[in-house]
Design a protein around this ligand. Structure first.
Ligand code: GLA
Length: 390
């Protein structure tokens, strides 16, 4: 793979030798969905699939960007002095956004680069291909511009800042954090209010993580995402009239039930209920995993899906068909949608000896209900973004 990428780089950009190789993973969230912008907990892990970058410094301020995944569009050329976001610039808005964000934050970005990227995260799957690319650029910038003071956590925050202010998606910190801070065979139990985190060994015994990709294009997902976020913000303001809290993540289930009448709209009550209960579920799930109680972990995953389906309303028939069919299969410990929703993937924990039948049965049912096929991936938790040796 590395060799192939280096050869491809020379073919596209010419020259020899001095290119460097970087990798930034995708992520899957095990539980704690739509909690990260509500001051709650999340429990994601980085994957071993992700985005590779082959990159070489330039002496001028030009940026030349090429993606093997969109090779038809050729090299995109721009400059560090022309970093305005522009929909026609497609995927290059992510690298541009991070370089813009670095400068906004006062870091010096003195020269450009030639960059070839190749991603093996399924496209638009909700496994954070955009965060992966953002953190890849942050990791390259740290090395190239000698930004030693930039920790991987800072890089995650810069990625989120660029996504919020350059790419217009009001996302939380989970994706960039998981991608930047991932650790092989571990999930990250992160408190998004404080950014305190703990690595939790992913001891799944005789089971593995299986991702089912719905192949549903996410369409208007970004605007629906921003709507959910602002519904939660309004609900929080209403609750703050009657109880002293900084975020929805500060509330226990009991407190929420006590104060929920302050929320004036029934839809907002459901949105906030999801945020509060999902945060508590995530705390319980992390405890369960620590104790080796996988059955409880799986039960909480299933509950999470139901809450995302009924209260948060971000699943849709594709993700519901995948999760609900999974629940009926032998050897399934838990299954739920993962990521923002509205398409994308489910994550399931499935016993090794049941995986083949799981893929067969869920795949068949999905295709018969939805009319096109889902894709399945058995994945591993991997390390965070880094430079690779050649
Ligand atoms: C997207 C966002 C994250 C998070 C999830 C939902 O992946 O980028 O910040 O909000 O949706 O949990």
């Amino acid at each position: 793979m590395k060799e192939k990428l280096l050869v491809e780089f020379s073919k596209i950009f010419g020259g020899d030798g001095q290119a460097e190789l970087f990798f930034s993973p995708g992520r899957v969230n095990l539980i704690g969905e739509h909690t990260d912008y509500n001051g709650g907990h999340v429990f994601p892990c980085a994957l071993t699939i992700g985005t590779y970058g082959v990159v070489r410094k330039r002496a001028d301020r030009k940026l030349r960007l090429y993606s093997m995944n969109f090779s038809g569009t050729g090299i995109w050329e721009t400059s560090l002095d022309e970093l305005t976001p522009c929909p026609e610039d497609r995927w290059t808005n992510y690298p541009k956004g991070v370089l813009w964000a670095l400068q906004e934050k006062g870091y010096e970005v003195p020269f450009g680069f030639d960059l070839l990227v190749y991603g093996n995260i399924p496209n638009g799957s909700g496994l954070s291909s955009s965060a992966s690319l953002e953190v890849l650029i942050g990791t390259i910038a740290k090395k190239f511009y000698g930004l030693d003071m930039l920790t991987m956590e800072e890089i995650a925050k810069i990625g989120q800042y660029s996504e919020n202010h350059y790419n217009g998606v009001n996302c939380g910190i989970m994706d960039q954090f998981a991608v930047a801070m991932g650790k092989k065979n571990h999930a990250i139990y992160l408190d998004t209010a404080t950014l305190e985190y703990e690595y939790a060994p992913l001891e799944l015994g005789d089971a593995r993580i299986v991702i089912a990709c719905s192949n549903k294009k996410r369409g208007l997902a970004d605007s629906a995402y921003n709507t959910r976020r602002s519904e939660c913000e309004t609900a929080l303001q209403e609750l703050q009239q009657v109880v002293k809290v900084d975020t929805l993540g500060d509330l226990s289930e009991e407190e929420f039930e006590q104060y929920k009448d302050a929320i004036k709209d029934p839809v907002r009550v459901r949105r906030a209920r999801h945020a509060v209960y999902e945060n508590q579920r995530t705390r319980k799930a992390a405890e369960a995993l620590k104790k080796g109680d996988l059955a409880e972990f799986g039960r909480l995953m299933n509950e999470s899906h139901v809450s995302l389906r009924d209260d948060y309303e971000v699943t849709g028939i594709e993700l519901d068909t995948l999760a609900e069919t999974a629940w009926e299969q032998p050897g399934v410990i838990g299954s739920r949608m993962t990521g923002a929703g509205f398409g994308g993937c489910t994550v399931s924990i499935v016993k090794n000896d049941a995986i083949d039948a799981f893929i067969e049965n869920v795949g068949r049912k999905y295709e018969s209900v939805i009319g096109y096929a889902a894709d399945f991936y058995v994945v591993e938790a991997g390390d965070g973004a880094r430079r690779l040796s050649k």
